[in-house]
Design a protein around this ligand. Sequence first.
Ligand code: CA
Length: 747
Amino acid sequence: MNKPAFLCLLLIFLNACQTPKPPAKSTEKEKQATPGVSKAPVSTPIKGQKDRPNIVFIFSDDHSYEAVSAYGGRLSKVASTPNLDRIAKEGIRFDNCFVTNALCGPSRAVIQTGKHSHLNGFMENEHRFDGNQQTFPKLLQKGGYQTAVIGKWHLGTDPQGYDFWNVLPGQGTYYAPDFRTPKGLVAGTPGEYVTESVVSKSIDWLEKDRDKDKPFMLMVQHKAPHRFWLPPVHLLDEYVAKDYPEPKNLFDDYKGRGTPAHTQDMTLRVTMDLALDNKMVPFRQDRMNAAQKKKWNEVYDKIRADVLNKRPQGDDLVRWKYQRYMADYLACIKSLDESVGTMLEYLEKSGLDENTVVIYASDQGFFLGEHGWFDKRFMYEESLKTPLLVRWPGVSKPGTVNKKMVSNLDFAQTFLDLAGIEQPSDMQGKSLKPLFEGKEPGEWRESVYYHYYCFPEYHAVRRHDGVRNSRYKLMHFYDLNEWELFDLEKDPMEMKSVHGDPEYTEVLSHMKGELAKLREEYEVPPAPKLRKGETLFPPWREFGTFEIGLSDKGWTSLFDGKSLDGWRQPFASNPGKPLSQIAEPVGIDVVDGEIRLSPAPQVFYLHTLEFSDFVLELEAFTPGKDFDSGIGFRCVLPKGKQLPAGYQSEISDIRSGGIYDIGVGWMNPTDEEAKINDFVDRTDTFYKAGAWNQIRVMCKGERIRTWVNGQLCSDVKDSKHNVGTIGLQHHSEEGVYRFRNLRILEI
Ligand code: CA
């Protein structure tokens, strides 16, 4: 197709959010002023059971220790967390708490079971937790404890072993969060903010619903600060105005490390989405109330106008994204900290604090710009470590700093031990109770074992396992057979692997021995095979949850990897013939599970089915030299001419989305076209020639949105045309065009 090759892009979009709420403190005041709602809550503490303390486990999602000011990191002055710091000040700060697998679901499954992922069966977020297995809450119940979990659960199946549960469905939403209960889904309340809701429900349970004659174990589990970091509106002004210190390795070039650090997909530069992550398009706000929307738009419209005016590029754009990222992330943390304050205040007022162990931890760490990244998954420090703070009045010595190597693998046994319940011999951790009590255990572990299993997956982090001791870390990316060894004393930021350095021969040998020992001790089997096809992306679950609640159900494959069933060439030898006589495809073939378009007189192939509202996902590979090739969709069928008539929208090596009216040209409104051009000028096109690209298209009603490699890059409206087919095309006569993993979900 001869179409003008100017680049466009469009940005609009997203709805998102939900609603503000007054600050936590005023909420609490309001509550107390409201008749019937816990006026100065006073509970009866469990007396005479010092040996069976209550446990309040406050747990967050993706909270980097760098963002807890008690740890004194680079952000501690600009974004302090006084309430979390109070736990450390009145109790213990653990400086070496590691996770066994830095991913949300797996970390939670480890905590439930006290077993590594390969034994509890929950190795990846796509898995569903088998709640029939032995878990610590069931054992606590048997031992006479009441158990409750409130907030983020993220294990797929219903919680078992809890007297009370009230959890977020999936990832949950920041605004007006829905909750799942044993009786079904309870719709969110406009005006509520998730962090505050989780704590107020937790306090309600403590105050009203528990049996006050029994000791309890309460898990207060937050969604925050998980991506996409939507803060409560009362903190927007303050956090947007701050200037956040950058990490020294924000512009890491990954020299000195192997393939995985180079090929990940989690950089601020490329992966961080200006639209979704940085909120630079207006987004869905159907969970916000009017006041929240107003405030949100006031703040973000201004930032948007400012960035369009300044147009940062290259490193400046990375710096700009970092500041935006920190403002949102740290405002979510501030809200979390306020909610911790609310809980501590309640415990104090109710008198429960004296016999309650308060534990704060996160499911893993998070990169806050270190190595130029966000997200987690890697065994590098920022992701591997979680904050762990513990307060046990009268037992733990205030202001203690503990440097022992501890792990989320230890939590289950710690809870049991605190309750005076026997620890099952098949749990794999160690009780931390002696450390809470300030005892110096004779023997402690020298190293911890780590294993990340999810490739292919979002962020393209390769599978690896490894071992870390107090000074060294060895990582094995076994699918690539690449190793990295770090001397954390000399290189705390992990910038140069010393795996090949002869000076470290002995260290390497020792660490390999440790790794082998831990693999044996923990009964680690060989890693399962990689998922079929090694696709870079399939589910895009994060977008799904955020956008329209997609699941894996209902997807139809447009290509079975073996045949071209369902595909045809629309205008080959007899262009005037009706549809039923359309010719066989020419220049289109199946090789190695891919549809390949090779140079041929014809350039367009259509699927036989028509779709109206849908989400389409696929991967496309265009040779480096070629021009204007890609995927089209919603093409109408031919009307006896050489080309399909009607409209198409397409993604190619020169364009990321947009709508083309065959015979007329690109149909984006002028102002949108200008925005697209601005965007491309500033960010470059998102489609990479000579590489696999992840493409997602969502057509709903008159609206067509396009994501390429995780970036929303086009959002246009085409009210005239909303039914059509999916087409594959190429434009030049060079190279072979490859497509795979095409699937579609009608919505
Ligand atoms: Ca997490």
